[in-house]
Design a binder for this molecule. Structure first.
Ligand SMILES: [Zn+2]
Length: 385
């Protein structure tokens, strides 16, 4: 086309100006009905645009500048993208998509802003791994899935992508969801044992008590609940067996409960663990559950905050659902122990775990401040969710 330059009028000028306005290089101060002119302000905006794109800066809109402007108006999600051989989609939205796929370990080819065959292939692979129809088209569902899977999911652990999508698709109600609660140790494996005068406190027994209280409360809220063991099992299940049980049951969540211990009686507090490595892939859903469990317990019990941590333990790594392990205080700490052996304190811990599970299923926009869910109202909340 002939270059459009200062003094020109017409539909093409109106379109150029509207793109420059979207790009915030030009303010739109003209009445709608006017036939805008390619004025000084437009020329300055075109120059700024050319500068930012590494184009020849001449203030005129020739073929190359026009193609760049046409591409620049698109933001990912504004139009559906698919592969056509004859007239491929070109735009900044395509480049955003390609960069996102590259970050996540897919191979759409070079991030050149052109929706070619390799990009479509990478989109289909992503779709298959998050459980969408692998048609290679980038529509609203695919854009939504790309947006939700935060930057943390990088480096080829497709399982984590599937986990996040499956969790989202399972809906916001607790009713009918299955949770597996795993009281640590059991039977011949007592876990920590701390003598206290004539008494001895046993981790396996205390965490079983917590699990049993939580089981009753979650079942009353309409969840399907399984424990990995009874109060006094004949043999010990390995963590691998426990997670396999949760997988076979098709659980939606796995919550493992332990107590911590240290030779230093000063060591105290609660910590929660989810699957992940410090710089590598992380279960985003597991991390969210861990954060909620941790914060609710801190707010409701006043235990010291030893924060959440990514771990690659089998219990967390082999699960097909979001899984967390919480160490609810140190049995070796006199202050923590005094609280843990008090049944009403353990009820508060269970309240906190209930609230965390409930908040996992509330849509983000309906979420509530930590410590504010009245868990006696859970039934009502879940019924209306
Ligand atoms: Zn333990």
């Amino acid at each position: 086309m002939r270059a459009i330059r200062r003094g020109a009028r017409g539909a093409a000028v109106a379109e150029i100006r509207s793109i420059l306005v979207v790009l915030e290089l030009l303010t739109d101060d003209l009445p709608l009905s006017s036939d805008p002119e390619f004025d000084d302000a437009t020329e300055r905006a075109v120059r700024a645009f050319q500068q930012s794109r590494g184009l020849t800066v001449d203030g005129e809109v020739g073929d190359e500048t026009w193609r760049a402007l046409d591409a620049a108006r698109w933001r990912l999600g504004q139009r559906a993208l698919f592969h056509t051989v004859a007239d491929p989609y070109i735009g900044d939205d395509v480049r955003q998509l390609q960069e996102r796929l590259l970050e996540m370990g897919y191979n759409p080819g070079r991030a050149d802003g052109i929706y070619g065959g390799r990009t479509a292939h990478a989109v289909a692979q992503f779709q298959r791994e998050v459980g969408l129809r692998p048609d290679g088209e980038c529509g609203p569902q695919t854009v939504g899935a790309l947006r939700r899977l935060g930057r943390k999911v990088i480096g080829g652990r497709p399982q984590l992508l599937r986990e996040a999508e499956a969790f989202r698709e399972s809906g916001t109600s607790l009713l009918g969801k299955r949770i597996v609660i795993d009281p640590g140790h059991g039977g011949p494996d007592t876990g920590l044992v701390v003598p206290d005068g004539p008494l001895r406190w046993v981790e396996a027994d205390l965490v079983y008590d917590l699990a049993a209280r939580l089981e009753g409360r979650l079942a009353a809220a309409g969840m399907r609940v399984n424990l990995t063991r009874g109060p006094a099992p004949a043999s010990v299940l390995s963590d691998r067996d426990r997670v396999q049980l949760a997988n076979e049951l098709g659980a939606d969540l796995l919550l493992s409960i332990h107590l911590d211990g240290h030779t230093n009686p000063e060591a105290a507090g609660v910590a929660t663990y989810h699957y992940g490595t410090v710089s590598g892939p992380t279960s985003v859903v597991g991390e969210r559950l861990a954060g909620l469990v941790q914060r609710e317990i801190i707010v409701r019990t006043g235990l010291r905050d030893c924060r959440t941590h990514p771990k690659t333990w089998e219990l967390l790594r082999l699960s097909r659902m979001p899984a967390v392990r919480v160490d609810v205080g140190y049995l070796t700490s006199p202050t923590d122990r005094e609280q843990l052996v008090d049944p009403s304190f353990r009820d508060r811990v269970v309240d906190a775990m209930m609230a965390a599970v409930q908040r996992m299923y509330l849509p983000v926009e309906a979420d509530v401040p930590t410590g504010s869910i009245d868990v006696s109202l859970l039934r009502t909340l879940t019924a209306s969710a």
